[in-house]
Design a protein around this ligand. Structure first.
Ligand SMILES: [Zn+2]
Length: 171
């Protein structure tokens, strides 16, 4: 099923929506209110950051979620039973560091990686201010070239943060 992308001008990070469908089977669902709200808030976040925020994961079928080691109740999961009775949606993204909101740093690769991770924490703080309720920020590992990343969702209920002690401290 084709994914309908709401109006959003930063197609450098939204792309044509293909990054938001499940990479293994192309699963998605027609846009729900929560999906639209997510994209709207993400555009606001991107406008504030004034640098690229690149989506690396959106919808996942249950099999793909297991394959990538996602949480069993992950907001990424596109559940089929009962069909489309939930409107869970989440994105994982990598934030570019060339934002005017980042002060320049010098240092070795490890230090720059730490600064890159802290840029994700800055974005997470703003994401919480504008209404995201599920916020995970992962450090990555420069020695393995695993980039820092940020998970965002609009789960009902209270704010939940995870992924690193800096992310947990945002609550
Ligand atoms: Zn799949």
């Amino acid at each position: 099923m084709a994914l309908i992308i709401p109006q959003s001008h930063n197609f450098d990070w939204l792309g044509d929506g293909t990054r938001l469908v499940c990479p293994c089977c192309g699963s998605a669902r027609p846009a729900t209110e929560r999906f639209r709200h997510h994209i709207e808030l993400k555009q606001a976040l991107r406008d504030w950051w004034d640098a690229s925020i690149t989506d690396t994961s959106g919808f996942r079928c249950p099999a793909y979620n297991r394959k990538v080691g996602g949480a069993p109740k992950s907001q990424h999961i596109l559940r089929r039973v009962p069909h489309d009775q939930n409107d869970d949606f989440a994105t994982d993204s990598v934030v570019k560091i060339d934002s005017p909101r980042v002060t320049r740093v010098r240092g070795n690769k490890a230090k720059l990686y730490e600064r890159w991770f802290m840029a994700h924490i800055q974005v997470a703080e703003r994401a919480i201010e504008i209404g995201f309720t599920g916020v995970g920020v992962y450090k990555g590992d420069y020695s393995k070239e695993i980039t820092p990343s940020i998970h965002l969702d609009l789960r009902p209920g209270e704010l939940v943060t995870w992924g690193s002690k800096e992310a947990e401290a945002l609550k």
